[in-house]
Design a protein around this ligand. Sequence first.
Ligand code: KIV
Ligand code: ZN
Length: 556
Amino acid sequence: MKPFDHRKYRPAPAVPIEDRQWPNRRIERAPVWASVDLRDGNQALLEPMTVEQKLRLWDLLVELGFKQIEVGFPSASGYDHDFLRRLIDEDRIPGDVTVQVLVQARRHLIERTFESLAGVRRAIVHVYNSTSTVQRERVFAMDREGIQALAVEGARMVRDEAARYPETDWVFQYSPESFSQTEPDYVLEVVDAVTEVWQPTRDAPCIINLPATVEHATPNVFADQVEFFCRHVQRREAMIVSLHTHNDRGTAVAAAELGLLAGADRVEGTLLGNGERTGNTDLVTMAMNLYSQGVDPELDLSNPDAIIGVYSECTNLPVHPRHPWVGELVYTAFSGSHQDAIAKCLKQQQGDEPWQVAYLPIDPQDLGRDYQAVIRVNSQSGKGGSAFVLERDFGLSIPRWMQVELAGLVQAESERIAGEVDSRTIHRLFREHFLAADASPRLEGYRMDRSGGVDTVEARIREGNVERVIRGEGEGALSAFIDAWQRHSGQALSVVHYQEHAIGEGTGAEAAAYVQLGIDGRRFAGAAMEHDTAAAPMMAVMAALTRARQQDGQAA
Ligand code: KIV
Ligand code: ZN
């Protein structure tokens, strides 16, 4: 074989199910969530959490609304034991929250586990053993009967040990580890044998947890496995079927979602997907996926930045800026067409109508993010990005023909600095190019007379040290001023585009005027912002004339 040779691998076998029902279903409510951050997540860390860190993460999980939390492997880890004891001894477990502990199907470990739980009000004892072909054959060197006997023995020991602590309300959980790589008929044999021991009932169900310990197939195969299991397992009505998917192929969330369609009731996973190798099912993503479909996720994820803060503090892991739903960049559009579309949709979105904004699957404000972060401008952005920023931050609604020209300036600036152009820079570019504060000719003052059938203007103009009065008439300030300028200069001016709007309200309001002039066959844009609404168009014309002069000067 060559060094990189796909023939080394085999595809996942198909599941013997033909009339699968899961593709026709929808997820209509949240599953029972079980966090395994403090166990599976913790065991994957370079530096496992200290007791103090675990307490911090515990508090967060409780605050978010998790009702089942796996706290560790107390028989195998001193930290986990001490942490569990603090939870119990310091009465930190709220009445509606159940702790879960993991243990292998081995007597001394099971005994120690129950000892470490002494005094707890309610607990899930989670026992597991590996059932997959490769584990049976290559790790344990045991046949199917031998592995099943281990599981049954584990189930018996858990049952018997629990009976020694009758003051606790016990729930038993069994995981056929590597479920997804175990023959479907064999999983049934093992689980049926375990529940035969436990004799769960509808009122006192056990939990059967189905792990994709290593994800090795497309999520539809996992869903087939779960549906096959749910249909054929004995005592289905007396068990909560739980999923525990890992993310080796990058589809742990998808597998868990399809597994729910296939009949499961509960999902184990971690915040932001921390866990062995590529991680566990990311419960934040999965819950937000539900939320974005109009389903109550039954977890309060409204402050992801707080979640990220505690997560990073406890795991020492960063969160990717493009992490689904919560990454720093996920509500940011760089591309011009996206920016355009977002700006249009946001403008039209009404308070309580269903969310319909292109490129934004949810309202960022739901997660405490604001629109400030939505649009950022770089050299890939088109006219829409800069226009959006000017309107959002400065109240300037610049017309399309000016947007095109401004976009060129912004792009050049972005290329020059090789990066993002911030809102203040865009505003500066706009002012420098279109407002012409040092306009020459400059409008020093004016008088308008609107008493006759036509408007007349007398404008005082300064060019260098020379001040003169020019006169013209027309309909409105703009046309009267253009007339005055033409008479004075002999230049042929035409107004190609003109637009104005108010900025702000009341006495503090300003008029923004944008004009594009045709001057001797060429086009020049200018803008002005003035409290005086008649002066604004005249100032905008002066700005455009100044730009024409500057360009002629540069060309000369
Ligand atoms: O991934 C896994 O199979 C596990 C089990 C112990 C449930 O973490
Ligand atoms: Zn796991």
